[in-house]
Design a protein around this ligand. Structure first.
Ligand SMILES: [Zn+2]
Length: 320
């Protein structure tokens, strides 16, 4: 009887401790899920990416428009967050296969002397990461001649435009007005919407003049590609048309919710947006040869914050 009473007392005393412990575990799990503890790579894109956006766009523009190939921010930060002595451009270059112009499988990068001993290259870290170890298929070509374009916003970039915060689920490629826009794939035109007859910004105007093309790249994979802010009356296609890769469909403009001439290039698959740049094959010879000397690196100025539009040989950086 006495023993039973003691037992009951111990249970009563421990109950709050167990309860508090359980609550703490639940809260910590919830915070981890909500990425409370800082930057996290989730399925190839990086949350909380404002701090890296300008440096990343700089390195993108040193590479993409010269046709070197594409490396994701998630891949760069995978190494940079362990060793911030590494530069973005060094990591970018180390992660590109110079021949295929694709991002290397992660295990191949981890064999390089610079990365070999890093803890992110340990087997268990690699298997827990979202970094791909597969050879990726690139069914698309570029929507603009790539030496004509300047990346002003990358996929899933967190930014503020006209005072409003958004996560940009597309690529913004600035290029002069009337630059030809091409279909990235063989497909069917499913929407041609050209309500603007003047090439001007309308901050309540969404995508402005726009075209949507559906591309079935194989029997399991269909993409929908959205081209927005197009130049008035520039559409070369109509709804229901079949188009070929590299067929010109329209011209760059600045109609709708835009801050200057650029193409908003957005890709979705099964109703969700995906990284359109990761689908582009940079070895495609139509992408143009890169004979121009390098332009000044993108300097990261955000005209939406300071009203200053720097000029890069006619390119106006940073448009929604
Ligand atoms: Zn955009």
């Amino acid at each position: 009887m006495i023993k039973k009473k003691i037992k009951k007392k111990i249970i009563m005393a421990l109950a709050p401790v167990v309860l508090i412990g359980a609550v703490v575990i639940v809260i910590v799990c919830a915070l981890v899920t909500l990425d409370f503890f800082g930057t996290n790579e989730t399925d190839g894109y990086v949350e909380e990416n404002e701090a890296y956006a300008e440096d990343y766009k700089n390195v993108l523009n040193q590479n993409i428009k010269y046709g070197n190939g594409y490396v994701s921010l998630s891949r760069i930060l995978y190494f940079y967050l362990e060793d911030d002595q590494l530069s973005f451009s060094m990591i970018y270059s180390d992660n590109l296969d110079k021949e295929t112009k694709k991002q290397k499988p992660i295990s191949e990068v981890c064999e390089m002397p610079r990365y070999k001993s890093m803890s992110v290259c340990k087997t268990e870290e690699l298997s827990d990461s979202s970094q791909s170890d597969e050879d990726v298929i690139k069914p698309f070509t570029a929507p603009l001649k790539i030496s004509n374009m300047n990346v002003t916003s990358f996929f899933m970039e967190q930014r503020t435009v006209y005072g409003k915060f958004d996560v940009h689920e597309a690529w913004d490629l600035s290029s002069p007005n009337n630059t030809p826009v091409y279909s990235t794939c063989d497909g069917e035109v499913i929407q041609v919407k050209f309500p603007y007859s003047e090439n001007k910004i309308d901050t309540s105007g969404g995508g402005g003049n726009q075209i949507k093309i559906k591309c079935e790249v194989d029997e399991d994979t269909t993409y929908e590609v959205w081209y927005a802010h197009l130049y008035p009356k520039s559409s070369k296609v109509k709804e229901g048309d079949k188009v070929k890769q590299w067929q010109q469909i329209a011209e760059v403009g600045t109609t709708g919710y835009s801050t200057g001439p650029h193409l908003h290039y957005q890709v979705s698959k099964d109703g969700s947006t995906v990284d359109g740049m990761s689908l582009i094959d940079f070895t495609d010879t139509n992408s143009e040869t890169f004979v121009k000397p390098p332009l000044e690196p993108y300097n990261g100025l955000n005209p939406n914050l300071n009203g200053n539009y720097p000029n890069f040989n006619g390119y106006t950086p940073y448009q929604p």
